[in-house]
Design a protein around this ligand. Structure first.
Ligand code: HAM
Length: 428
């Protein structure tokens, strides 16, 4: 046998048995985003590598070690997108969307060559939200409340919100100096990675997962003590809004995020239920990025959530997923089998709100019925030569004890419509 080719490590097929759960999550998010007036944007999966270098930052894990970058046949340096914000900003500038405020969202795969483990993949999926042209902090509040409402819609309860302000650039520079001075005095306690970051991107040291370094960080100067008047007022107003909305917040002055474009508000929604990869949603303000990428200075804020992580926490009911057919057409007899596909079309014509799976491939009555049952359908429609000749159809409920009925085709619709279809897909 020929050698089998397998999927790339850390990149997964989403099988039909799982796509119902994905669609359930995506549909809920889509509906909620529409309720807040956000509109979808779709960007390419591949962008010029320079876009990510200039936005995410040269000295970040993503740019230093995780991007899938390559030179195409024309010699262009391209990368699979590791996140959506940079692409969204690029698209918004390129298409002149920034002359007025924009509330945008996107959904799709992102690529980072991280070490795969539970909740961490090399191809993963995000729903991301980006708002342009609003200085906040009311829009910061709106975004956080939107995410809270989404957790409610998904039935997620054990998430908590961590919040910080990174201040504006001059404040961050002053903080950076103080942090470097502090860490320099403890240089020997830093691991190699942190020592390297100390000279290249010291704020990243705050992100260290090394327990010894974390101990040191706990006693480091706090970014919040370095905020200027405006950044502090912004942060306080946001905190007050969250309090009024009844949202419990953990202020975490060490929360710095792994991408360099942020300023002021940063936040993460975290769960303890997923082990080390507990951040399900993260984002913040990036007021300097549009200008940095060649656009006119435009305030911006956004976040992205990891769909694999959210799905791991979610338990939609079978009714909520509802991707089984409603009806399964069993055809027995030479004539009936030959006519089954056309007959199924007639039924679909009459019953646009019902999902009908037509058996194909023949087989005994018993084996077809077994398949009908396994399909999860609520009713089997039985088409035999007798039914075909008399223009009738037998209907057997597959759930519960009700008897089989034989009806004229014209009666089928009122009989079935008296039962509720499992989902209303009449409009699709
Ligand atoms: P991020 O923190 O890099 O931010 O990713 C956001 C979320 O994507 C994470 O909280 C996590 O749920 C998910 N995620 C990230 N990496 C992986 C992975 N390897 N496997 C599975 N899930 C993962 C951003 O991407 C920013 N663009 C967010 C943003 C939007 N900020 C402003 N606007």
């Amino acid at each position: 046998m020929a050698e089998q080719i397998r999927a790339v490590r850390g990149m997964h097929d989403i099988l039909p048995s799982d796509t119902g759960r994905w669609q359930w999550l995506e549909d809920r998010a889509r509906a909620l985003l529409a309720r807040y007036g956000y509109r979808e944007i779709r960007m390419p999966l591949v962008e010029p590598t320079g876009l990510f270098r200039r936005s995410i930052g040269e000295v970040t894990d993503i740019v230093e070690k995780e991007m899938y970058s390559f030179e195409d046949r024309g010699g262009e340096h391209l990368s699979l997108r590791p996140e959506g914000t940079a692409s969204c900003v690029r698209a918004a500038i390129e298409h002149g969307l920034l002359s007025q405020p924009q509330r945008l969202w996107y959904l799709g795969p992102m690529f980072r060559r991280e070490r795969p483990q539970r909740g961490r993949y090399r191809q993963f999926h995000q729903i991301g939200v980006e708002v342009f042209g609003l200085t906040g902090p009311d829009i910061d509040l709106e975004q956080i409340l939107l995410t809270r409402r989404l957790w409610e819609a998904l039935g997620l309860t054990d998430l908590h919100l961590e919040l910080n302000s990174l201040g504006d650039l001059p404040e961050r520079m002053r903080y950076r100096e103080a942090l470097v001075a502090y860490l320099e005095t403890h240089r020997e306690a830093l691991d190699d990675d942190s020592q390297r970051r100390l000279s290249t991107n010291p704020l990243r040291v705050l992100d260290s997962k090394n327990p010894a370094v974390q101990e040191l960080i706990a006693a480091a100067p706090s970014l919040l003590d370095y905020l200027g008047t405006e950044a502090r007022a912004h942060f306080n107003t946001l905190c007050r809004g969250l309090e009024r909305a009844g949202l419990e917040v953990r202020i975490n002055p060490r929360l710095v995020r792994g991408l360099d474009y942020y300023n002021r508000t940063v936040f993460e929604w975290i769960t303890d239920a997923l082990g080390a990869q507990g951040t399900v949603c993260a984002g913040g303000r990036y007021d300097g990025l549009v200008e940095q990428l060649g656009g006119r200075a435009t305030p911006a804020i956004g976040f992205a959530m990891g769909l694999e992580r959210l799905l791991e926490l979610s338990s939609p009911t079978p009714e909520e997923i509802a991707d089984a057919p409603d009806l399964y057409l069993v055809a027995v007899g030479e004539q009936a089998e030959a006519q089954a596909v056309l007959f199924a079309e007639q039924v679909r014509e009459q019953l646009p709100g019902w999902r009908l799976l037509c058996h194909s491939g023949g087989g005994s009555f018993k084996s077809q019925f077994k398949k009908a049952d396994r399909s999860g359908a609520r009713f089997a429609l039985v088409l035999g030569d007798d039914e075909l000749a008399s223009g009738r159809i037998s209907v057997k409920p597959l759930r519960g004890q009700a008897d089989q009925q034989t009806l004229a085709l014209a009666e089928l619709s009122s009989y079935l419509n008296a039962q509720q279809p499992s989902t209303d897909i009449a409009s699709t």
